[in-house]
Structures are given as structure tokens and as C-alpha cells.
Design a protein around this ligand. Structure first.
Ligand code: CP
Length: 316
């Protein structure tokens, strides 16, 4: 198996295969519970996490494997100044696959080059979050039956939101998406991400500050948290954090079948009242995140899901 630093490390066919595997896993939980017997996953989290770390770990446990790792670098030898490379050369002796989250962009790439086992990027600074995108794609597939021919609004912190950068880059590979990029001027999408859209003839984008003005056009509204931990000063964060708050009042302008996604955690950018709206899809994303990590972990390890080949043969 090889590392997944961004989803560019997987072909579109491989991504579609992971979506199919996740669907199989969800309906065959008992059949797959020994898929990764004897395997060890290491989770190296240098940054806080609830969903990503716990779902990576749950995924391996549900496949029959085991888990080691650290959550917060202060109890590991990172606190003594050990480098990412030395840490990965060490952990490669212990684990068969590694998931790493780090505040610096590029950390997962450095880790993958030092490791002798597959490394999966669980978020590197404001850059990429490929396994979140897998959860997002599974959610779009279950809601719409497709990941293209959609108008996708992304709203909030488009500068530092790594989930946004990963999702846009990946949707461009499947093509035929119209992006509506909704942010304050200070939190616009970085040029390298806009270039992915510009380089894709079947995709386009518009940029706006006005959520209510565009919400009626959207099939998908991907809300994001303003990434406090990436700001250099508190005043800018406090000024920008409440720019967009999605509530039932704003949703009255949206299509009845629009899907509201959010990678979570949320602070207050989606009012709790929206959770009961059928358009709210963010807790489905959480479930899909675990299933997609089960599919990804077994795939990078080369472990066959019992019964899957016959099942997928039937479907085709
Ligand atoms: N969506 C996501 O990455 O959540 P955590 O930061 O809790 O892992």
C-alpha cells in the first residue's frame, strides 16, 4: 500500500472503489470484523481532534486490528524536540499504517517520506484533509447519487479551512461542479485552490460575501468554522467568527433538497435548530467518515474485505 497525503494520491477509480467498499462495510459489519486481524494502526496527533482520531481508531478496531499512538505531543518525545522524520522512522517499526495530524502544512508529506509503512494525512495545517473529503464524497453520493452536476456553496473560512481545499481539489477531478465561494474578503480561497478550478474546463466559480443572496441556487451548502488556531491575532478572529450563522430563517430561501454539510466541530456557524431540518447532513458525514476510514485502512494494507468481490461482482 502507499501513502495518502492528498487525494491526488488516489485515482478517481480508486476513490469510487472506496465509496463502494464503505457501502459494503456498512451492510456487512460482521463479515468484515476480522479483515485486519493482527494489524496495528498508529495515530500520531500533534493537534486536537475528536472525530478524525476516534474514527481512525474505531475503524481499525472494527476491522479486528489494534491501535497505538498519542493524542497531543506533550506526552511523547516530540516534547523533547524529536523531529517528524525520526518519529516516523521509529513508529514504522511498531505499526503497519500511520495516521498523522499536524499543525504544519506539509507535515504529512515529510512523514510519508520518512516512514516505511503507509502514512495517511489526518490534516496538515491549513492545507489538506483527505479523509474528511472521503466522508464528504460519501455524503454527497448518498444524498444525490453523484458527486458532479452540482452547485456547491462553500461558506466561512475558505483561507484556512483545509477541508474546503481538499474537497474543491477532489471535486474538480470528477468535474462538472459550479462552486460558489462565500466568505469575507479576509478569508477568501487561496490561489492554489482557485487554480485547480481554473484548470478544470467543466468547473467554474464565483466569489461573494452574500450567503442569503446565493443560497437559493445551491444544491450543497458546505459550512465551515472560522479556524481560530490559524489566526495570528485574536481581534481578527473575534471580528470574523460570526460573519455567517446558518439558521432556519436563512434556510427558508434554500431549495428543499439542498444538503447542509459541515466537517465539524461547529462553534456557532450553524444554529442548533437546523439539526432537525432534513437538509442537515453533518451527522451523516460523521458516520460516513468512519466507514470511509474502514475502507481506506483495509485498502492501503491490502487486506481483502471478505465477501466484497462477490458482492461488487453482483452490483456491476
Ligand atoms: N472534522 C474533523 O476533522 O474533526 P476533528 O477535528 O474533531 O477530528
Amino acid at each position: 500500500g502507499h501513502s495518502v497525503v492528498t487525494l491526488d494520491d488516489l485515482s478517481p477509480q480508486q476513490i469510487i472503489e472506496l465509496l463502494r467498499k464503505a457501502e459494503y462495510i456498512d451492510s456487512h459489519r460482521r463479515q468484515v470484523m476480522h479483515t485486519c486481524d493482527g494489524r496495528i494502526l498508529a495515530t500520531l496527533f500533534y493537534e486536537p481532534s475528536t472525530r478524525t482520531r476516534l474514527s481512525f481508531e474505531t475503524a481499525m478496531l472494527r476491522l479486528g486490528g489494534n491501535v497505538i499512538g498519542f493524542a497531543g505531543a506533550q506526552l511523547s518525545s516530540v516534547s523533547k524536540g524529536e523531529s517528524i522524520s525520526d518519529t516516523l522512522k521509529t513508529v514504522s517499526n511498531y505499526a503497519d499504517v500511520v495516521a498523522i495530524r499536524h499543525p504544519k502544512e506539509g507535515a504529512a508529506l515529510v512523514a510519508s517520506r520518512a516512514a516505511s509503512v503507509p502514512v495517511i494525512n489526518a490534516g496538515d495545517g491549513g492545507h489538506m484533509h483527505p479523509t474528511q473529503t472521503l466522508a464528504d464524497l460519501a455524503t454527497l453520493t448518498s444524498r444525490f447519487g453523484r458527486v458532479n452536476n452540482l452547485t456547491v456553496g462553500l461558506c466561512g473560512d475558505l483561507t484556512f479551512g483545509r477541508t474546503v481545499h481538499s474537497l474543491i481539489s477532489t471535486l474538480c477531478r470528477f468535474g462538472n461542479v459550479r462552486f460558489v465561494l462565500i466568505s469575507p474578503d479576509e478569508l477568501k480561497t487561496p490561489q492554489y485552490v482557485l487554480d485547480r478550478i481554473n484548470d478544470t474546463p467543466s468547473c467554474s466559480f464565483v466569489q461573494t460575501r452574500d450567503l442569503v443572496g446565493v443560497i437559493g441556487d445551491l444544491d450543497v451548502l458546505y459550512m465551515t468554522r472560522v479556524q481560530k488556531e490559524r489566526f495570528f491575532n485574536e481581534d481578527d478572529y473575534l471580528r470574523l467568527r460570526d460573519t455567517y450563522i446558518l439558521d432556519e430563517d436563512k434556510l427558508r430561501h434554500a431549495k428543499p433538497e439542498m444538503a447542509v454539510l459541515h466537517p465539524l466541530p461547529r462553534v456557532n456557524e450553524i444554529a442548533v435548530e437546523v439539526d432537525n431540518d432534513p437538509r442537515a447532513a453533518y451527522f451523516e458525514q460523521v458516520k460516513n467518515g468512519m466507514l470511509m476510514r474502514m475502507a481506506l485502512e483495509s485498502s492501503v494494507l491490502g487486506d481483502e474485505l471478505p465477501g466484497y468481490e462477490a458482492w461488487s461482482g453482483k452490483e456491476v
